[in-house]
Design a protein around this ligand. Structure first.
Ligand code: ADP
Ligand code: MG
Length: 397
């Protein structure tokens, strides 16, 4: 799948509506983590260098269709201006008189940041009349908001029906990385899936199970698999109602020749906040609860990872926010970072873990979108991507 790229657009002197994901955490009215702002810069820079008049739009938080002064984009615009060392004019409304005047005053290479698009009720409703108001501001549309690509909102989907539309550079990188892993992975393909619950990730497991060579399971969801294989898991977090689905995944794996990795040893404790745990094998969990994979399991998983040519990791292997239960996640993160194969990581908590360990720059692709990357891995079509026209090898639509 090749979507029409912004690099194929004639943007000089044109007003370009660029939807980005600047939904960053704020603290005391300041940007607390500018990762998403940085991720948006390559497309902004490309457009500036090609003389576009840039209309930036993003959501921030959940204002639910009303103005919320705590969720204004001004601090985000200020941080962006610092990072690119160029002025960013911030409008105080989305499609009102201030935005319109500022957009009309744009010169080539200049930037206006519209106010939080979710201040408008038409945004999340994907109201065609609101999409038309957005479209009226611009001549071209570029979607670079991967983190919002799973939402069919006016600024991510509706507007693309009304203007010539293109994918931004960040979106392209996300789509290329995730679809190359899903559609033509170089084998052996090893997926490591962890996290809290089977019910959060069951569709990812179901979508991956006939594509991978090896599926390694950890985190809270491993407990449900241990139940499915007849183990006593004490007071561990588990979902008894998901045991049948877990069993079906094990069966599908067996019929498609996929190897499944389940923990052989685990770290148990009384409470999730305990400051130490005990390593036991999976037949000796007793009355305690499982909070991490054990060292033998981590070693076995690391060996699979070292042999793999394609590696996908989503979800911590244990309660990694507590150092007592972070060893499994650390060992796996180190194995992924050291792997010679092509490596992709998705999921907010997994990314936080790899960043804490200082290993993010050793990963080929760290996906920026939590919900969006999960839906992509579930095999779903993301509306913000689907609406962008496909091009053939010559670049024709
Ligand atoms: P990601 O954000 O990377 O997709 P998830 O949100 O699915 O990951 O899962 C992360 C959560 O899973 C963390 O809050 C972590 O504490 C929890 N978790 C991992 N292993 C266990 C476990 N054995 N028991 C309880 N919670 C766990
Ligand atoms: Mg999470």
């Amino acid at each position: 799948m090749t979507k029409r790229s912004v690099t194929a657009a004639e943007v000089s002197g044109k007003r370009v509506f660029l939807r980005v994901d600047l939904n960053v955490p704020l603290r005391d009215g300041q940007v607390d983590d500018d990762t998403r702002i940085r991720a948006a810069i390559p497309t902004i820079t490309w457009l500036r260098e090609h003389g576009a008049r840039i209309i930036l739009a993003s959501h921030l938080g959940r204002p639910k269709g009303k103005v919320d002064d705590a969720l204004r984009l001004a601090p985000v615009g200020a941080r962006l201006a610092e990072l690119i060392d160029a002025p960013v004019t911030v409008a105080t409304d989305v499609v009102g008189p201030d935005a319109t005047a500022k957009v009309n005053a744009l010169q080539d290479g200049e930037i206006v940041l519209l106010e939080n698009v979710r201040f408008e009720p038409g945004e999340e409703q994907n109201d065609p009349a609101f999409a038309q108001q957005l479209a009226n501001l611009a001549e071209l549309y570029v979607n670079d908001a991967f983190g919002a690509a799973h939402r069919a909102h006016a600024s991510t989907e509706g507007i693309a029906h009304l203007l010539p539309s293109y994918l931004g550079l960040l979106m392209q990188r996300e789509v290329d990385a995730l679809s190359s892993v899903l559609t033509h992975p170089v084998p052996p393909f090893v997926a490591i899936i962890g996290g809290a619950k089977v019910s959060d990730k069951i569709q990812v497991l179901e979508h991956l199970v006939d594509k991978v060579s090896v599926l390694l399971i950890g985190g809270g969801m491993a407990n449900t698999f241990l139940l499915a294989t007849g183990h006593d898991i004490g007071r561990s977090l588990a979902e008894p109602d998901q045991v049948d689905r877990a069993r079906r995944i094990l069966e599908t794996a067996q019929t498609s020749g996929v190897e499944i990795g389940l923990p052989i040893d685990v770290v148990v404790a009384e409470n999730i906040s305990d400051d130490e745990g005990v390593v036991v094998d999976i037949d000796n969990i007793g009355e305690k609860a499982v909070f991490d994979i054990g060292p033998d399991t981590a070693r076995a998983y690391a060996e699979h990872i070292a042999r793999a040519k394609t590696i996908l990791w989503n979800g911590p292997l244990g309660v990694a926010e507590n150092p007592a239960f972070a060893n499994g996640t650390r060992d796996v993160a180190e194995a992924v970072a050291a792997a010679a194969g092509y490596t992709v990581i998705g999921g907010g908590d997994s990314i936080a873990a790899i960043e804490r360990l200082g290993l993010a720059d050793q990963i080929d692709h760290v996906s920026t979108g939590g919900g969006a990357s999960l839906e992509f891995l579930e095999g779903k079509t993301l509306p913000g991507i689907a609406i962008i026209p496909e091009v053939d090898a010559e670049g024709s639509v």
